[in-house]
Design a protein around this ligand. Structure first.
Ligand code: AMP
Ligand code: GLY
Length: 427
């Protein structure tokens, strides 16, 4: 079967690596891909949101499955586009239709969904421009800090944690009255602040049954010791030592099952990944957010721990017989260290030639923001390379990933050398 993978990050490089190993994969195409995905298939210069060109390409190249990496094409309705076209509707798309993608595309929708299905999450209320005055008043009676979330997609920037009332009121006004995040902040969710440790749980579902994939912890801040600005993710670890046994059982019973059942009750078809961002509050899981895709860099730690054929599982999703598929995971630990461009997550330069990848010894190298410029691999994004080491234990995986990250070089290179260090202390 020919497979078309959409996206261009480290997540897609990890998907390409894993899917290319499948007995079901004859030719893999990645649109648009990056300097690393080309090692596992053919990059195609198409934007993941250009549905018409993607549909035409799929027909011309006898694509048997489309796997969607990022959220944007899903929220914009790529799956619906395929289903609405007589010639395309028999090509399975892995990723929900627009209705299901609202779990990520609208915070208000996802909070309402959780409330409707009694899924534990922070208490909240939503406000619009019309109810701004009410919102400002509501803030007066909330405990601090308080969380403000733009309803729509805001490139990961739409969540503000406000430490005092004046700041919260000013931000609410900026979002609702002055369109701080454009359309995305036409509605704002005001949410109780939850204190705990975060982790991500991933579910693959065909809409009926599900497989819980390995969980992971993401390191979001740019600086060591979790300091400084938020990023797309500076590293990840799987498994997460504080989230085993009882805790994972609670996640399944209180969150995963009601989520799948809730989608069914609401008659929302869902074929794809659900990424559940969780807060562990004194041993109890609360949902911080849903995403309708895999995480990045979590995927780079999660997929190396899946021993089963990923395409076989995705076929189970497409054919709604996921339940029958074997699902095996490794007990080893994966640690991913993200190499970023100097200046990221602020302004940064691109086009820096890279060296040393051939010296990596104990890790896999997934390209995130790179391009192949006539045979020379150059930086082409803020997050540049994900180095993942899969070892028998966390200590070894941390040591190997950090050592190998140091073997890759380009002007301005930066990475956090404390990925996983907090979990080593807990162990
Ligand atoms: P989100 O875009 O919903 O993932 O939010 C971004 C980040 O803000 C999360 O990863 C958390 O670190 C933080 N956050 C979001 N909601 C809350 C909350 N209710 N309490 C504490 N932190 C939160
Ligand atoms: N690493 C967080 C995300 O993919 O949203």
């Amino acid at each position: 079967m020919n497979i078309l993978l959409l996206g261009s990050g480290g997540r897609e490089n990890a998907f390409a690596w894993k899917m290319a190993q499948s007995k079901h994969c004859s030719q893999l195409f990645i649109a648009p891909g990056n300097g690393g995905t080309a090692n596992f298939g053919k990059n195609v210069a198409l934007k993941a949101t250009d549905f018409k060109s993607i549909g035409d390409f799929a027909l011309k190249n006898k694509i048997g499955m489309v796997v969607v990496g990022p959220e944007e094409p899903l929220v914009k309705g790529i799956h619906d586009y395929f289903l609405a076209d007589e010639r395309l509707k028999s090509i399975p798309v892995i990723g929900p239709q627009k209705a299901g993608a609202q779990l990520e595309g609208s915070k208000d929708f996802s909070k309402d969904f959780m409330q409707r299905h009694q899924i534990p999450t922070a208490a909240y209320r939503s406000f619009t421009k019309e109810t701004l005055q009410e919102g400002l008043k509501y803030l007066e009676n909330q405990s601090l800090p308080i969380v403000l979330k733009a309803d729509g997609l805001a490139a990961g920037k739409g969540v503000l944690i406000c430490e005092n009332l004046a700041e919260a009121q000013a931000e609410l006004k900026a979002m609702l009255a002055d369109a701080k995040f454009g359309e995305a902040s036409e509605k704002v969710v005001i949410e109780e602040f939850l204190s705990g440790i975060e982790l991500s749980v991933f579910v693959l579902t065909d809409g009926h049954s599900y497989k819980i994939l390995p969980e992971a912890k993401d390191y979001k801040r740019i600086g060591e010791g979790d300091t400084g600005l938020n990023t797309g993710g500076m590293g990840s670890v799987s498994p997460v030592s504080f989230a085993q046994g009882d805790f994972l059982k609670k996640v399944e019973e209180r969150i995963v099952v009601p989520t799948i059942e809730g989608l069914k009750k609401d008659q929302i078809p869902y074929k794809g990944f659900i990424f559940i961002g969780l807060m562990n509050v004194n041993g109890d899981p609360y949902v911080i957010e849903y995403n309708v895709r895999m995480g990045d860099p979590e995927t780079e730690s999660v997929l190396p721990r899946i021993e089963s054929d990923l395409v076989e599982l995705l076929l189970g999703v497409a054919q709604e017989n996921l339940q029958e598929k074997e699902f095996k995971t490794s007990t080893k630990t994966a640690v991913t260290v993200m190499l970023v461009a100097g200046g990221y997550p602020g302004a940064y330069e691109k086009g820096k030639p890279m060296s040393g990848m051939e010296n990596v010894r104990h890790s896999m190298v997934f390209h995130a923001g790179t391009e192949n410029d006539n045979g020379v691999i150059k930086t082409n994004g803020g997050r540049v390379i994900a180095v993942t080491s899969l070892q028998d234990n966390l200590f070894d995986a941390v040591q190997c990933a950090i050592a190998d990250a140091g073997r890759i070089y380009y002007d301005g290179r930066y990475f956090r050398s404390d990925i996983g260090a907090d979990l080593l202390k807990i162990n």
